[in-house]
Design a binder for this molecule. Structure first.
Ligand code: MLT
Length: 412
């Protein structure tokens, strides 16, 4: 008899950002005259930098010439890109990572969602709460999360590590022993980060307990503080316990181009089996490689011009983050993040849930953000804004928010 994967039926509603998009579309349809400013999903607004566009053009020309045309890409990535990644993202930071430990992909979201496939069905996962929904949802699909309790918003087999203002958004070591620990630094959604010392606690814990850390560093390019690590491999012992995910989406505006990579060190084993070989097998079977032209674009991110241009873009977004932080503080909001990250995490006004605040802002300021509870139960009472808008829209959104939050004053 034909059956479906019933784990999919356990998932409540649709994916968070699809829910929000539907709500916003319905509101826009009902009020076509209102101009909505979107600071919800973390999607970039600046165009691809010129040095990268040039590389794309060159690669497109190569694809149109019989002498330089390329078919299937190597499934783990072209050497030119893997070498550029190792040189710039690892050796430059003193991290021992080799080119053949880099798995090039179409983005960190796919890799974060797919990595759980190489682990056993009974593994227990631990996640920060609030958390990027992909980590939990992909484990629900695999049948690893147990049952969902709508009253608590929690899955019975998931270990939640609350990260709130009370603990400074630093997860505490869990009481129950997890097998897989998802950490996102700088964090989505709270916009906060862990220091090297705080991350070392997790690396030691994972090594002592035979757990694997799945480390999402998609926002690494936004780090401004010296004591925040750019890679988990800056921490001694990480090679034997951690997989790292990186993305070109937020670093270089590739949300539409799609490019990312995962690092699986060769010394990372699970019950005597090297995870590198398993991930290579999975990658080779289910993925035909990121497009050549996009990998050439990725390589250009590391050229002298490319670096200068993408750093300037990141600086613009961080200026938006500063404007949002300042604006919200002036509106007497309690705010977090925005220093090592393009996300600002604010407390919702007294007595308002995060979805109520979402509706309030949409209706009164025509500004879209993301309700904290969409990221997990400990996100209730919080709200996320992204600094990925244009400078103009960011300033206008703040102006509107100040008005509806009660203190009209221009601060653009
Ligand atoms: C977000 O808004 O959390 C991100 O854009 C989602 C993603 O990167 O997939």
């Amino acid at each position: 008899m034909l059956t479906i994967n019933e784990n999919y039926l356990k998932l409540p509603g649709s994916y968070l950002f699809s829910d929000i998009a539907k709500k916003v579309a319905a509101y826009q349809k009902a009020h076509p005259e209102r101009e909505i400013i979107r600071l919800g999903i973390g999607d970039v607004t600046q165009p691809i930098a010129p040095a990268i566009v040039e590389a794309l053009h060159r690669a497109v020309d190569e694809m149109g010439d019989a002498g330089t045309f390329r078919g299937y890409a190597p499934d783990l990535g072209y050497d030119f890109l893997r070498e550029a990644i190792v040189e710039n993202d690892y050796r430059a930071w003193g991290c021992a990572v080799e080119a053949d430990e880099i798995f090039v992909s179409d983005g960190a979201k796919s890799d974060c969602g797919n990595i759980q496939e190489i682990f056993g069905p009974d593994c227990r996962i631990a996640v920060c709460d609030p958390v990027y929904p992909v980590y939990v949802d992909s484990n629900v699909m695999a049948g690893r999360a147990g049952t969902y309790d709508p009253a608590t918003g929690k899955w019975s087999r998931v270990i939640y590590m609350p990260c709130t203002a009370e603990n400074g958004f630093v997860p505490e070591l869990p009481k129950e022993r997890p097998d897989l620990i998802y950490l996102c630094v700088p964090n989505n959604p709270t916009g906060t980060a862990l220091t090297r010392d705080q991350l070392a606690v997790w690396v030691n814990y994972a090594n002592e307990n035979g757990a694997v850390i799945l480390y999402d560093a998609a926002y690494e390019a936004y780090i401004t503080e010296q004591d925040v690590p750019h890679s988990i491999y800056e921490i001694s012992g990480a090679r034997t316990c951690a997989v790292e995910f990186r993305s070109f989406s937020k670093k270089a505006g590739f949300t539409g181009l799609r490019l990312g990579f995962t690092v699986v060190p060769r010394d990372l084993t699970c019950g005597g089996t090297a995870l590198h070989g398993l991930w290579a097998r999975r990658h080779g079977t289910k993925f035909n490689g990121a497009p050549y032209i996009v990998q050439r674009a990725g390589e250009a991110v590391y050229s002298a011009e490319g670096k200068r241009q993408v750093e300037a873009q990141v600086a613009c977004y961080m200026e938006n983050a500063r404007v949002i932080l300042q604006g919200l503080k002036e509106a007497d909001c309690t705010v977090f993040g925005g220093v090592n990250s393009p996300y600002i995490w604010l407390k919702t006004p007294e007595g308002m849930t995060s979805w109520q605040f979402f509706d309030f802002l949409l209706e009164n300021a025509n500004v879209v953000g993301t309700p904290g509870s969409g990221f997990g139960p400990s996100g209730e009472g919080y709200f996320r804004l992204t600094a990925f808008g244009t400078a103009e829209n960011t300033a206008r959104a703040m102006e509107r928010m100040r008005k509806v939050l009660g203190r009209p004053k221009s601060f653009s």
